[in-house]
Design a protein around this ligand. Sequence first.
Ligand SMILES: C[S@@+](CC[C@H](N)C(=O)[O-])C[C@H]1O[C@@H](n2cnc3c(N)ncnc32)[C@H](O)[C@@H]1O
Length: 208
Amino acid sequence: MKVDLSFSRFFSSVQETPWHVEFLEPVVSQISPYSKVLDIGTGTGKLLQFLINGKNSDCTGIDTSASMLSEAEKKLKGMAVSLLQVTSGATLPFQNTCFDKICICNVLFNLNANDQDFLLNQSLGILNEKGRIIILSPTGSGTAKDFFRKVSKRNNKGFALWYILTRQSARKWNTQGRIKEFCKEKNLVYSRRIVFDGFGLLELVERR
Ligand SMILES: C[S@@+](CC[C@H](N)C(=O)[O-])C[C@H]1O[C@@H](n2cnc3c(N)ncnc32)[C@H](O)[C@@H]1O
């Protein structure tokens, strides 16, 4: 428990670094003001902080980790936000079609296929007709030049660690094309964009 708590604290400090802010930016720019947003796997809540402050979003964050949520509560203290702990594989406790945007950042690429499918299906059920699912993942690639530029930037040390720790699963996720396949199966519109100087993949899912 002690280790878990200190990891959450460490993760919370990583979320404050310039590179992580830059990484989340393409997701923030997808959200229009006053949207109702669900952030699945919110971790310590940085995305929600941006969305509340910058977009006046109506935000809900869920996570399986109590210690991550406890750090999120600290980060979002005094803000109007709903934070909920969920159990992996359990139906999400929301009414159908209630969210305009569902963000899943840095979560799916680390899960097994069953958990990925479960979260995607659950997300689709609680997304409104004109809503969008926004998925951000690392690519596990990027040029050496950009890598060193980011590492040498002030306060960006966690970037190299993140890159090394996520590289393998990220590359697998990228070659699998799971979201594209999901969209094909469900007759949804899929689009993707490489972001964050080649280190990030943004995938968007919408109904036809
Ligand atoms: C790498 S962190 C990403 C945090 C944040 N989204 C970000 O991009 O900074 C992944 C988070 O997903 C959470 N998570 C893993 N499986 C989950 C699930 N099935 N449902 C909700 N959250 C989950 C973890 O507890 C962790 O906090």
